[in-house]
Design a binder for this molecule. Structure first.
Ligand SMILES: CC(=O)SCCNC(=O)CCNC(=O)[C@H](O)C(C)(C)COP(=O)(O)OP(=O)(O)OC[C@H]1O[C@@H](n2cnc3c(N)ncnc32)[C@H](O)[C@@H]1OP(=O)(O)O
Ligand SMILES: O=C([O-])CC(=O)C(=O)O
Length: 396
């Protein structure tokens, strides 16, 4: 290929100083939001002003999702209505169950990809999916928050060759999810653990998947499209996919006594250790503290303390080596150990993250719509200013 070198002074379109350039959009503020705030130095996370520790101790997923959607804590009546709406939307069309049972069994088709397609299919069977009013967008937000749990549970069962278990209206969102996944009513302790997992994952200001949801919404596209985009972004191992990578790493390490040498070897090879590091937190992620506490109890009950011992060695070595640099455990480090100890297979960890994060996605989509401007940043063009077009038969 022949290129004509650009004169130095016109190399960049959008010159440094004229436009701001932040690789990976680091530190760039794209919108105002009242949903959540991360103080990455203090290691603090709030949802609309309420610390995550308080929500994890006192709230439920339903109440937290309401808080994110409506920017206030519900009264008892408001919460009852919201829960009633979630319950009313739990069931999904037979066509979607059929797709899940066929696609879910294909082990090389990741559950996040099955989820992405299933959510897209839900739109095709929803006559009001394209309705463009604020009331309709709010309804789709609640519908999707509810139905994603049914889809993920059905995927989990399909992977084991089992038929779906239909939702029960009398259970909480978290308990019903575990019921649909395992086919029996969960022990209240495990239902509460799942509730807390969903609360902890519900929102995290301008993370990659929520940014994607807001960027799609900023074009005035529909709620289903935005959520499908969010799922696609969450799937990656640098984002939500890291919880699965943590479990793969623990399996590869195998035994507690191998952990230290394994991490040191990986660091020497410049490998990034999953479950560590964060764009915003330069200290311990507050959600990892909470999940570690749950991991203590859940692994004790399940007899899976070995995972926790291994994780503790990895954490110690990572903090000794990279703690000063701000590389500390993030939300994905202990969540997998908790879920694995509850009998949940690794490939479902990221889909379960989505069952929680949807609360934030739909809340942000509505917030974006209320004060919208299309997301349209620039690239820093570093290509040639001019290149001659040579006919194909003359190219060497
Ligand atoms: C729910 C979530 O999405 S939480 C994040 C989940 N992702 C992971 O756990 C994957 C592992 N972590 C990472 O890849 C990163 O820390 C990210 C993607 C989370 C953040 O990325 P960025 O903010 O772009 O940080 P970046 O990748 O530039 O890292 C900065 C430095 O820390 C190092 N570093 C960051 N994370 C890690 C890690 N997990 N292990 C080892 N070193 C790390 C990088 O190598 C880099 O070092 P350098 O300055 O010597 O080049
Ligand atoms: O905020 C981020 O960049 C990643 C994320 O979603 C989270 O930590 O929950």
């Amino acid at each position: 290929m022949t290129t004509t070198a650009a004169p130095q002074e016109v190399k960049y379109i959008g010159k440094p100083g004229e436009v701001s350039f932040a690789k990976g959009l680091e530190g760039v503020i794209v919108a105002e939001s009242v949903k959540s705030y991360v103080d990455g130095i203090a290691g603090r996370l709030i949802y609309h002003g309420i610390p995550i520790e308080v929500l994890a101790e006192k709230s439920t997923f339903e109440e937290t999702a309401f808080l994110l959607l409506y920017d206030k804590l519900p009264t008892e009546d408001e919460l009852d209505v919201y829960k009633m709406r979630l319950r009313q939307y739990r069931e999904i069309p037979d066509e979607v169950y059929d797709f899940i049972s066929r696609a879910g069994r294909r082990y090389n088709f990741h559950p996040m990809s099955v989820l992405r397609t299933a959510i897209s299919m839900l739109a095709a069977f929803d006559d009001s999916a394209e309705e463009d009013t604020m009331i309709a967008h709010e309804r789709e937000a609640i519908k999707l928050t509810s139905r994603i749990a049914t889809v993920v549970a059905a995927i989990g069962r399909a992977r084991k060759g089992l038929p779906p278990v239909h939702p029960r209206p009398d259970l909480s969102h978290a308990a019903n999810f575990l019921y649909m996944l395992f086919g029996e009513e969960p022990d209240p302790f495990y239902a509460r653990v799942m509730d807390v997992i969903l609360i902890l994952h519900a929102d995290h200001e301008c993370n990659a998947s929520t940014f994607t949801v807001r960027a799609i919404t900023s074009t005035l596209s529909d709620m289903y499209s935005a959520v499908v985009g969010g799922i696609a972004a969450l799937k990656g191992p640098l984002h939500g996919g890291a919880n699965e990578e943590v479990m793969h790493m623990l399996h590869e390490i195998g035994e507690v006594e191998n952990a230290e040498a394994w991490v040191l070897r990986a660091l020497a090879r410049k490998k990034k250790i999953p479950g560590f590091g964060h764009r915003v937190y330069k200290t311990y992620d507050p959600r990892a503290h909470i999940l570690k506490q749950y991991a203590l109890e859940v692994t004790r009950r399940a007899g899976t303390e070995k995972w926790l011992r291994m994780a503790e060695v990895i954490e110690r070595v990572m903090i000794e080596r990279l703690g000063q640099k701000g590389i500390q455990p993030n939300v994905d480090f202990y969540s997998g150990i908790v879920m694995a100890s509850m009998g949940i297979e690794t490939a479902l960890f990221t889909p379960i993250f989505a069952v929680g994060r949807i609360a934030g996605w739909v809340a942000h989509a509505l917030e974006q719509r209320k004060d919208n401007r299309i997301y349209r940043p620039r690239f820093f063009y570093v290509g040639p200013e001019h290149m001659e077009y040579i006919p194909i038969e003359e190219r060497g």
